[in-house]
Design a protein around this ligand. Sequence first.
Ligand code: COA
Length: 145
Amino acid sequence: MPAPDNLIFKSYVSDHQDDLLALWQVCDLIRPWNNPADDIRQCVENPSSELLITYLDQTLCGSVMVGCDGHRGWVYYLAVAPDYRTQGIGRALMASAEQWLIDRDVPKIHAMIRHDNLLVRGFYKRLDFVDGDVQLVQKWLKRET
Ligand SMILES: CC(C)(COP(=O)(O)OP(=O)(O)OC[C@H]1O[C@@H](n2cnc3c(N)ncnc32)[C@H](O)[C@@H]1OP(=O)(O)O)[C@@H](O)C(=O)NCCC(=O)NCCS
């Protein structure tokens, strides 16, 4: 489904922070081990990433964080507010993230899905993503306080 005609895309600025954190909260994207304000700060301070948000009728209703790690593209914090789902906004956000990477010649896009959110795999499948044949390993370099 094409996104609503009056959907507006913006690049995040600090005025959006409270509404954005509320969106991530209601979309269950906040975890105790991630400080979302710090994630935002890192994203906006880094020239290789951007935080895109959408507005519909003056309401911040969607977000996606996109960036390139020097090799591949990644998306984080893809979110559409519950009342705004299934009208093409998530697809439009991902199309913008993909275009952001294409504009920078990044050949591939990755998304991490938490094990407790595997239902969202259906969404990515609809957008032609395929399961990767990898096991993610990780290590904390700095514990958030
Ligand atoms: C995932 C999410 C962003 C989808 O947003 P949305 O605006 O409802 O998605 P769209 O309306 O653009 O849907 C695009 C397509 O995916 C399908 N789709 C959407 N959610 C789906 C799901 N959970 N399972 C299967 N298909 C799904 C739609 O039917 C649509 O198909 P079509 O375009 O071929 O008709 C939204 O459900 C969300 O914010 N979830 C909570 C946060 C989250 O899990 N983020 C991802 C972290 S990895």
